[in-house]
Ligand binder design. Structure first.
Ligand code: SAM
Length: 229
């Protein structure tokens, strides 16, 4: 029996394929980063050309339970305007767009603004959005998020931050002014990479930013941040 949330055909079959591809890459990801760590040659704050090349065809998808959680949060919020920092092949984007689809009423408009700076990944993501029948709900902005997320065009109900750690704070800082009261921001692996997220935590804990935050006990930690006022 499929224990996963049902988003509808053909999305479920597509997600099964994408998560199988993701699982097949996990071992080589772990070995690569273990080897680079053993060499002492990896700077987590700035991936070098070798690391970027290695990651170019890796999904690094958001874990399925976390993605399903995002779907449910978006449903609870009745989210219609969503931002995603870090799209890759678009796995998490499918959950967010399905939630927006399921929240829409009649003639209402909804969008997931997604962003990805690797052109090959963006191309695959677009094909996945089309295969899922969700293209109309996704605006994929290709390029560096520090440019693509400068103007998100209006109030935001939900944001997913699933990006290399140095980009998390810049992404949130750009979108924070647009978060409506009660909006939720989810950020992945904040326990596992707590130190690397230091500037992100400074931002979410700064009282001037009007946010409240807690770390949920998903694997690696999942930061749940609410715009309180
Ligand atoms: C962890 S993956 C995202 C996985 C995706 N959320 C999913 O569930 O399938 C992070 C992605 O962010 C992209 N990325 C990294 N830095 C970026 C930047 N400055 N601007 C836009 N995209 C970036 C990477 O190319 C990578 O594909």
């Amino acid at each position: 029996m499929n224990r996963h949330l049902v988003l509808g055909s053909p999305i479920d079959e597509l997600l099964d394929r994408l998560y199988a591809a993701d699982a097949s890459q996990r071992e080589s990801l772990a070995s690569y980063f273990a080897a680079r760590a053993a060499q002492g040659s990896l700077d987590w704050n700035r991936f070098d050309a070798g690391a970027n090349q290695f990651l170019r065809d890796k999904l690094v998808a958001l874990d399925r339970d976390k993605a399903e959680f995002c779907y449910h949060v978006c449903r609870a919020l009745r989210a219609r305007r969503v931002v995603e920092a870090g799209t890759s092949f678009g796995v998490s984007t499918l959950f967010l767009a399905a939630a927006v689809r399921d929240n829409l009423r009649h003639d209402a408009h909804g969008v997931v603004i997604a962003t990805e700076y690797e052109p090959e990944k963006a191309e695959v993501a677009r094909a996945n959005f089309a295969a899922a029948g969700l293209s109309d709900l996704i605006e994929l902005r290709e390029g560096d998020l520090r440019e693509t997320l400068v103007d998100v065009g209006g109030s935001v109900d939900f944001m997913l931050v699933d990006i290399w750690t140095p980009m998390a704070r810049p992404a949130l800082a750009l979108v924070a002014p647009y978060l409506r009261e009660g909006a939720v921001v989810i950020c992945d692996n904040t326990t596992q990479f707590h130190e690397a997220y230091r500037d992100y935590f400074e931002f979410v804990n700064d009282p001037q930013n009007g946010l409240r935050t807690m770390t949920l006990p998903f694997e690696g930690g999942l930061e749940f941040t609410v715009r309180a006022h």
